[in-house]
Design a protein around this ligand. Structure first.
Ligand SMILES: C[S@@+](CC[C@H](N)C(=O)[O-])C[C@H]1O[C@@H](n2cnc3c(N)ncnc32)[C@H](O)[C@@H]1O
Length: 255
């Protein structure tokens, strides 16, 4: 990478909001989650899970729908991501908002490399302890390590991630992913889309400010706001898929 390009990249990485306040906000959210939900799927080491060998052998042929409902390890719930198997198997996969490595410890079993980035140091510490050796976990402020992955990633996937990002966050997240993807690399983004007859939690329009009280609130995007995101981050929209039961608008972008 040439010197000027690298300097610009570091300047952009420096502009990403990565305060200790934001880290604490998400650390506390994970503590609240572990106090109210079953933490075992997150705390189980990959070596103590039963791998579904048939799934692992055939996953390259799986469609988006099949991947969504696939369990790579028998004790864990389904992956719940919208991406064909060919974009995961043998690929270099990035997850932003990786949490304690629920996806990483499974994608590590089928991908060449998995990189997880998050705000929460608590979640990252767990992720490192439960994942295979081809997984790397970085804090969002670790620009020196992040810059090592520039132009190296085939696929970025969001799992329960873009649903929590407001418009301005999604812009810098997508610019960051653009920087890390190879040309032709793809993004599977999981935006929130309410289904009217399902009872709603805390949902804001996409351009609303982040909420201190509700880190896990949802932000809802219109299709024209998704197009704005693509324009601002230099990405192409390949397709969109509405999933009413999960209340998602899955969007595939390409660099
Ligand atoms: C609902 S959790 C999902 C975790 C994981 N993807 C999973 O499916 O288990 C959202 C995660 O994203 C992280 N996060 C939220 N906004 C972020 C951002 N803009 N950049 C990096 N991480 C973020 C939070 O710390 C949290 O770990």
């Amino acid at each position: 990478m040439n010197f000027f390009k690298q300097k610009n990249n570091l300047r952009f990485l420096d502009s990403i909001p990565a305060s200790s306040r934001e880290t604490e906000r998400w650390d506390k959210e994970w503590i609240a989650y572990f106090n109210t939900e079953d933490p075992r799927p997150f705390l189980k080491d990959y070596q103590r899970l039963t791998q579904n060998k048939q799934v692992i052998e055939n996953i390259k042929q799986f469609s988006e729908e099949e991947i969504l409902n696939t369990c790579i390890c028998e004790e864990l719930p389904a992956l719940r991501i919208w991406i064909p198997g060919k974009d995961l198997a043998g690929k270099r996969v990035l997850e932003i908002g990786c949490g304690p490595g629920f996806l990483g410890k499974q994608i590590g079993l089928i991908a060449k490399k998995y990189v997880g980035i998050d705000y929460s140091n608590l979640a990252l510490s767990i992720a490192k302890l439960v994942s295979p050796a081809n997984c790397d976990y970085l804090h969002i402020s670790d620009r020196k390590k992040i810059v090592d992955y520039v132009d190296s990633i085939d696929t970025m996937v969001g799992r329960f991630f873009f649903i929590h990002q407001n418009f301005s966050n999604s812009i810098w997240v997508l610019k960051l992913v653009h920087l890390l993807l190879k040309p032709g690399g793809v993004i599977s983004a999981d935006f929130y889309k309410a289904t009217p007859d399902i009872q709603q939690g805390v949902v804001f329009p996409a351009k609303h400010a982040l909420s201190q009280n509700y880190p896990s609130c949802a932000f809802e995007y219109t299709e024209s706001e998704i197009k704005e995101l693509a324009t601002h981050s230099g990405l192409k929209i390949v397709n969109m898929h509405r999933h009413t039961e999960m209340q998602r608008l899955f969007v595939c972008f390409e660099k």
